[in-house]
Write a protein that binds this ligand. Structure first.
Ligand code: FE2
Length: 425
């Protein structure tokens, strides 16, 4: 396959990209077309490496309305609902919903997902189901699984043993939820314990950490401390970190350098943070999202995750990482030119680094995974939630659609058909 006349996220225009044996063989202007190669004219549209979601819950996705709808839309009713749903789950239904979500993801150019999987059900039904799904989707989507003790690894009596069993079964990453443990001491102890398990097994860590509005929550600091102590540099991620939104500025000026020194990465989940945090506030209401531009400025790798799609916590969402990035951009007020480009990176290259994806990118030698967007720059892709024209994995076309256009018939104006080239400045 030879893609002609593409724009790349770094701003280069009229670039060709040659795919051979599933890899990117050449990138540059006016490449010669080898005999028999399929030529695709990108018409100047944006060719991007695929979207990556660094934080998702695939065991709960698409269960909206089961066994009932979350009427209040709050975190607490969501947790209660998940508790009602868990005993009713079957492996077949879990697999079916997860596969359906992966179909949605592929259609949106989302080809790698890190999903947490709840290990607090002694049957480990969801773990088995998602390990099965991981194998099923392997030819077209990278699914990385995190052993997530939703009810607290110390608070729930069998969670620790279940978490170890899940890791033995092949789950990739160690999860945690220190702010949900019974006491502050238990929370800190859970971080120590889980980081040591990861270090002993040579695994990565991804914790729901400080997903609260409590300015005194200190588990991010604890996570950085153990990452540093156990030499887990570059392998530990803090998810949510919403307490950082409410923390005292002086304390944060100490915390962020500690996180950078420990090689932590961070994932904010803007759609969920903006809806779930600040619920106890009257006015002004806190946004709740962590300090994304400040963390980026300190050199941390920061990604935006989707977290939830049509599940007990969130009845919206569609697997569109451009919607996620757009919300993150607005909530973080990252409207500078560099800020908007950084938000595009936060759903592409940054999460790829957090997942440790090998061969990701548009450089020669990378696996030929990419998405062609009906936009002419990353900023325009965000603005338009750009239509996905082509989704390619390992040189194989997974999804293809026609450019969107609208037929306008306005009185006193000649009919217009061609809206395939959005106006760009
Ligand atoms: Fe989450």
């Amino acid at each position: 396959m030879l893609i002609r006349h593409a724009t790349l996220p770094d701003g280069r225009t009229d670039i060709d990209l040659l795919v051979q044996d599933g890899r990117i063989a050449a990138v540059g202007p006016q490449l010669p077309a080898p005999e028999g190669v399929e030529v695709v004219d990108a018409q100047g549209f944006l060719l991007s490496p695929p979207f990556v979601d660094a934080h998702f819950h695939m065991d709960a996705t698409l269960s909206y309305g089961l066994p009932r709808v979350n009427r209040s839309g709050t975190l607490l009713e969501g947790i209660a609902l998940w508790g009602e749903l868990k005993p009713l789950l079957t492996q077949e239904a879990l697999v079916e919903r997860a596969l359906a979500y992966c179909d949605w993801a592929v259609a949106k150019g989302l080809l790698a997902i890190r999903s947490h999987v709840d290990v607090c059900d002694d049957r480990l039904l969801a773990v088995e189901a998602l390990l099965h799904v991981k194998e099923r989707v392997k030819p077209y989507l990278d699914l990385q699984l995190v052993a997530f003790p939703q009810d607290g690894v110390l608070r729930s009596p069998t969670a620790l043993a279940n978490l170890e069993r899940a890791l033995d079964m092949g789950v990739d990453v160690v999860g945690g939820i220190p702010h949900f443990e019974r006491t502050m001491a238990d929370g800190a102890e859970s971080v120590r314990l889980l980081c040591e398990i990861a270090a002993a097994r040579g695994l990565r860590v991804d914790m729901h950490c400080d997903e609260t509005d409590d300015p005194m929550s200190r588990y991010v600091e604890t996570l950085a401390f153990h990452a540093q102590r156990l030499k887990l540099h570059g392998r530990v991620n803090g998810s949510h970190l919403t307490s950082m939104h409410s923390m005292d500025n002086y304390y944060v000026s100490k915390l962020i350098p500690l996180m950078a020194e420990a090689g932590l990465s961070a994932v904010a989940n803007p759609l969920i943070n903006i809806t779930i945090q600040g619920r106890h506030d009257t006015y002004p209401k806190r946004r709740g999202m962590t300090r994304v531009p400040e963390l980026m400025a300190a050199g941390l790798t920061v990604a935006f995750g989707h977290d939830c799609v049509m599940d007990p916590w969130y009845s919206l969402g569609s697997g569109d990482m451009l919607e996620v990035a757009s919300m993150g951009l607005h909530v973080a007020q990252m409207t500078s030119q560099d800020g908007m480009k950084a938000c595009f990176d936060a759903v592409t290259v940054n999460p790829a680094r957090i997942l440790g994806l090998a061969g990701y990118g548009l450089e020669v030698g990378c696996r030929a995974d990419f998405v062609l967007l009906q936009a002419r720059s990353p900023v325009e892709a965000l603005r338009l939630r750009a239509h996905r024209l082509l989704v390619v994995r390992g040189g194989q076309v997974l999804a293809r659609s026609e450019p969107l256009h609208t037929e306008l018939r306005l009185p006193g104006r000649s009919p217009r058909l061609d809206f395939t080239r959005p106006i760009s400045r």
